[in-house]
Design a binder for this molecule. Structure first.
Ligand code: ADP
Ligand code: ADP
Ligand code: MG
Length: 461
């Protein structure tokens, strides 16, 4: 069935992104919003807007009955869940289908299987994809955890089977820490995700985060090459690139093929990402998880492949076959994305909601700004601090960094502190220029940067 109308069950920049993709396909759009979001850009752009409840996400964006009620009253053909919120909730996908509406994403059983990080590890193993050494299945208790740690050694990660968004992960450096952290991790996972299940993974030190974009139509699966997302803070991505330019070509081929094999194992439909850790020294990669949705950093892949991933996921959800063949997907040039957050970098990244007094967006060849902002908009304090993403493309990585520096200098967001200053410093950094980073790089960099700044301040004093 061709999708003629689409409800966007999300907010912020991704809601805007989905509306634009739908409009390009000639699809009518319906935007749901909380009481705090009546003024958001996506509401202004959509053909219709429906208030689904109070500001608290639990009562609006996470309220399955409210979202489906709105979809029924607006008589839409399909629902796009974006990322976060209900996007990886299999019960939601089931409820949408039960209401006779198309869920833009994988089938509910695939979400359920891959969303459980322990079950996904098993799927990876079946598909012959290397996983991080650790537990087989969920750990039954502290006794079993001790035995596994004895075998794999320390440091070891305690991870929540239902975790996501960088949450539900702890590190134990020795047996005593494992014993004290384990019960806390379990209680925390139960409270945060409604599932106390845990698994263990050896810590892959100084690894890169490399991930593969996949697209499937339920029969065929293709990959759109890889992204490098190592610059992270508290296990959340800050800066992303496509491709991972230092990856040897033979490893790249193997990595991308492994992601396709995994997706084929579940006859994947829609857009998804297979995440890995990559060790430069041994040139080995290890599967960590699958995200069964569109990702924040999808634009860098769009910039190097020319594929509109959001349009493609809507088309496939409507029953179409993939519009691209693996042979057609030829990466070109290099792209970098900076996540622009309303946060005060100098105050431990404290969120800084408030009114946008001025907005100047860089334009030009190879420059894209995906955002929820407009001048005069007031950022509500209830949600994620992501305001937008600056994405820059050029023929080479060096040219891309040059273009990025200029674009960041032109990007003006007045009224609230943002992370633009951090990105400008990163874009000028020598290690970043060499691509010499790993998943703990940024945290070390920030520490060094701030101790340098406070030292020069005290010298001035
Ligand atoms: P990406 O790789 O797309 O950046 P993230 O893991 O950063 O993926 O998640 C994207 C969004 O979804 C973020 O807003 C994040 O906070 C949210 N998110 C992802 N998984 C969960 C989860 N299990 N619980 C709560 N929020 C989540
Ligand atoms: P989430 O579901 O929260 O995104 P992931 O399993 O994808 O969790 O891990 C998030 C980040 O945590 C990774 O990008 C990486 O930086 C770090 N990480 C996860 N597992 C390991 C590991 N076994 N060794 C080292 N770092 C890890
Ligand atoms: Mg992840």
């Amino acid at each position: 069935m061709t999708i003629r109308s689409l409800l966007v069950a999300n907010r912020g920049e991704i809601a805007v992104r989905i509306i634009k993709a739908a409009q390009a396909l000639g699809i009518r759009t319906v935007q749901v919003h909380s009481a705090a979001d009546a003024d958001m850009l996506a509401v202004k752009l959509a053909d219709e807007a429906i208030d689904i409840g109070p500001p608290a996400a639990k009562k609006s964006y996470l309220n399955i009955d409210a979202v489906i009620g709105a979809a029924k009253s607006a008589r839409v053909d399909a629902i796009h869940p974006g990322y976060g919120f209900l996007s990886e909730n299999a019960d939601f996908a089931d409820a949408v289908e039960a209401a006779g509406i198309i869920f833009v994403g994988p089938r509910a059983d695939a979400i359920r299987l891959l969303g459980d990080k322990v079950a996904a590890r098993e799927v990876a193993k079946r598909a012959g994809v290397p996983t991080v050494p650790g537990s087989d299945g969920r750990v039954s208790g502290i006794g079993a955890a001790r035995e596994i740690a004895d075998k794999t050694g320390f440091p070891i990660m305690i991870k929540a089977a239902a975790g996501g968004g960088g949450r539900g992960i702890r590190i134990a450096n020795d047996m005593a820490e494992l014993e004290s952290q384990y019960p806390l991790a379990s209680a925390e996972a139960l409270a945060a995700f409604g599932d106390g299940g845990l698994y263990l993974e050896k810590v892959i030190a100084r690894a890169r985060h490399v991930e593969v974009q996949i697209l499937g139509d339920g029969e065929n699966v293709v990959h759109c090459y890889e992204r490098e997302c190592s610059p992270q803070r508290r296990r959340q991505k800050v800066w992303e690139e496509a491709q991972a330019f230092l990856l040897p070509d033979s490893v790249r081929q193997e990595l991308c093929a492994s992601a396709v094999a995994l997706a084929r194992e579940v006859k994947y439909r829609g857009a998804g990402t297979v995440e890995y850790l990559y060790d430069d020294e041994t040139q080995e990669f290890y599967f960590i998880e699958v995200n069964t949705r569109i990702q924040v950093e999808h634009p860098v892949t769009e910039m190097i492949t020319g594929i509109d991933l959001v349009q493609e996921m809507i088309r496939v959800a409507g029953g179409a076959k993939l519009s691209v063949d693996q042979r057609d997907i030829v990466p070109r040039g290099h792209a970098i994305e900076c996540r622009i957050n309303a946060e005060d970098v100098s105050r431990d990244f404290m969120p800084t909601p408030g009114r946008i007094t001025r907005l100047n967006v860089p334009e030009g060849e190879g420059v894209r700004f995906d955002t929820m902002l407009y001048a005069g908009y007031s950022i509500p304090p209830f949600y994620d601090s992501l305001l937008g993403k600056l994405i820059v493309w050029a023929e080479s990585r060096d040219a891309c960094l040059d273009r990025l520096r200029k674009a960041l200098q032109h990007l003006e967001i007045g009224g609230v502190p943002t992370t633009v200053s951090l990105h400008l410093a990163l874009a000028n950094d020598e290690s970043v220029r060499r691509g010499a980073f790993h998943t703990r790089f940024l945290e070390g960099w920030l520490e060094a940067e701030f101790s340098r700044q406070s030292q020069s301040k005290s010298e001035v004093a």
